[in-house]
Design a protein around this ligand. Structure first.
Ligand SMILES: [Zn+2]
Length: 155
């Protein structure tokens, strides 16, 4: 089951594009990572900032980029723990553009936060990156279209 990224994460947190506050998306979504990096003074000399630029800067030790990525990782870990409290999944597979680009940076802290918050039996869940992480959204959308088309043909 794909997780909704606007699940509750932090009361009174950052304003999200969905209109709510504190959503995981508002802390760890690509647009949120860019906004937080820009607010911390991180800019590129030419062109708009992308999440991949923030990850690249964090890999080089840029303090503002590192702080934003660590914050996103904390939010991701808390979001995953919230998701697990609700759905008690047997397996988690992470995907999406942000994780596809920054899994190596996000996972250690997200995993640590996740494991500190979940029930003990869930703490052993692996948090692997999908092999189709960066195309999962497009493939999922295509699969939905095919599913509904097939359902329509059966009627
Ligand atoms: Zn939201």
């Amino acid at each position: 089951m794909p997780a909704r990224t606007n699940c509750w994460n932090e009361p009174g947190g950052r304003k999200c594009r969905c209109g709510a506050r504190g959503c995981l998306e508002a802390h760890a979504g690509g647009w949120a990572i860019v906004e937080q990096a820009e607010a911390a003074g991180f800019r590129l000399p030419d062109g708009p900032l992308r999440p991949g630029d923030v990850f690249a800067a964090a890999r080089q030790g840029h303090p503002a980029a590192c702080a934003v990525i660590q914050h996103a990782a904390e939010a991701l870990g808390m979001g995953l723990a919230s998701f697990c409290a609700l759905y008690q999944p047997e397996r988690i597979v992470l995907g999406g553009n942000v994780l596809g680009e920054g899994y190596d940076l996000l996972l250690p802290r997200a995993s640590q936060r996740f494991r500190s918050m979940v029930q003990p039996w869930m703490a052993s869940l692996a948090l692997p990156l999908s092999s189709i992480a960066q195309t999962a959204g497009v493939l999922g959308g295509a699969a939905l279209v095919l599913y509904h088309w097939e359902e329509r043909l059966r009627r």
